[in-house]
Design a protein around this ligand. Structure first.
Ligand code: CTP
Length: 401
């Protein structure tokens, strides 16, 4: 999956011959899973049609502050700018670059640029002498000073017939540049994270098991968020209806606590971080019946034996890995959680209290308290599990900062 997948992108097209390549660029961005909104300068309309770009981007294309139909609709540049995760100006002509550098806000594209808070990339396109002119170079350095990112022009034959530097980077190269730049800024790039999720089922007989109500959502949200932050993830999941489709997440399905234990130990050696979000069964039937148990007796009991505590066992061999556990408590929450930090040799524990409304199994929200190995206690607000996942991963980022 491309890092551009799901990203909201404004593509600004200004008036140079390279505008014809914008069609390919839109197509590639859409293919990589991005949402694209095209804004054109009035001059660019002579080079490529809005119909082409709106068809490819699957969105209306705007080029003025008002829609054409009798100025009936205000195209709000502020809303568009705030919608975007990133903005690309390609082609960026010398004129548009100069306007961006000087805040000369005489069209919708520049107004949107000035309103944008997201990262802005620009891909210059012009003739070789224009590209080298001190005025253009001063625009480049001013824009870089603003924090904008230049996708340098390429060398080759130019529309003038001259050969040199100034051709807009090929659309494939622009997309590769964006992907590489975004990846290089991902806070968990280069980190490998092992995450457990879901319940475990402990077999009683061929048709019955002991399980629990865990949906696995917290672990899956952690895996997805970690992948978005650039980590490579191994997700070891107990039985759940959830799934993931992400090339950075290796999903390993298990059923029992023992299978989870085996898989965790197999992968632990390679990882930097382990987050144990699974609700692992603490006990399993000591003997598993070969055949379905018949209801012959009035009373019936199953002898249970302890499962291996996966997190505890990993804590014994953790070395410098960062180990995060969860604790689900109903009383003396903080004290019990602190004991678990010590017993399991953890760096951080994420405490859930069933006394908190909105916390616990099967809910989309969670209310957690972080306790670190110095026993610093940080209660968090009630949040969605996606937001809690980001908070947890921010602790990992802070650890490696
Ligand atoms: N855990 C584990 N293996 C087990 C049991 C628990 O890896 N066999 C992990 C869980 O994934 C969680 C943490 O240990 O991250 C704490 O789980 P919890 O059920 O709160 O605590 P327990 O250690 O099982 O202790 P108790 O049930 O007595 O509170």
């Amino acid at each position: 999956m491309s890092v551009l997948s799901g990203k909201k992108i404004i593509l600004g097209v200004s008036g140079g011959i390279a505008a014809y390549k914008s069609a390919t660029l839109v197509r590639l961005l859409i293919k990589s899973g991005a949402h694209v909104q095209v804004i054109m300068t009035p001059a660019s309309l002579s080079f490529v049609t809005p119909l082409t770009l709106s068809t490819l981007s699957k969105n209306p294309v705007h080029s003025s502050f008002y829609s054409d139909d009798e100025m009936s609709q205000w195209n709000n540049h502020v809303d568009m700018a705030l919608w975007a995760d990133l903005m690309i100006i390609a082609p960026a002509t010398a004129n548009t670059l100069s306007k961006m550098a000087n805040g000369n806000c005489d069209n919708l594209l520049i107004a949107t640029y000035l309103s944008a808070k997201c990262p802005v990339y620009f891909a210059p396109a012009m003739d070789l002498d224009m590209y080298k002119h001190p005025s253009t170079l001063s625009s480049f350095s001013q824009l870089k000073h603003f924090g904008n990112i230049m996708i340098p022009a390429e060398k080759g034959e130019l529309a003038s017939g001259l050969v040199g530097e100034g051709r807009m980077a090929e659309p494939e190269h622009i997309v590769a540049f964006l992907e590489a730049d975004l990846k290089s800024k991902m806070p968990l790039r280069g980190k490998k994270i092992l995450i457990t999720a879901g319940p475990t089922y402990e077999t009683i007989d061929p048709v019955r098991f002991i399980g629990n109500h865990s949906s696995g959502k917290m672990g899956y949200d952690l895996a997805i968020a970690a992948s978005k932050m650039g980590a490579e993830v191994v997700l070891i999941s107990g039985p759940t209806h959830l799934t993931v489709n992400d090339s950075s997440i290796e999903l390993i399905r298990v059923v029992t606590a023992h299978e989870m234990y085996v898989q965790c130990h197999k992968h632990f050696i390679d990882v930097d971080v382990m987050i144990a979000a699974a609700a692992v069964a603490d006990y399993r039937p000591r003997v598993v019946a070969d055949q379905k148990i018949k209801k012959n007796d009035e009373f019936f009991s199953i002898e249970l034996e302890k499962t291996k505590d996966i997190l505890f066992s990993l804590g014994q061999i953790k070395e410098n890995k960062y180990l995060i556990g969860f604790a689900l408590e109903t009383e003396n929450e903080v004290e019990n959680a602190k004991l678990k930090i010590q017993k399991k040799n953890l760096d951080l524990i994420v405490l859930n209290s069933l006394q908190d409304e909105g916390a616990g199994f099967g809910k989309p929200t969670n209310k957690v308290t972080f306790i670190d190995n110095n026993f610093v206690v940080s209660p968090m607000d009630l949040k969605s599990k996606e937001e809690v996942a980001i908070d947890i991963l921010n602790k990992v980022i802070a650890h490696y900062a």
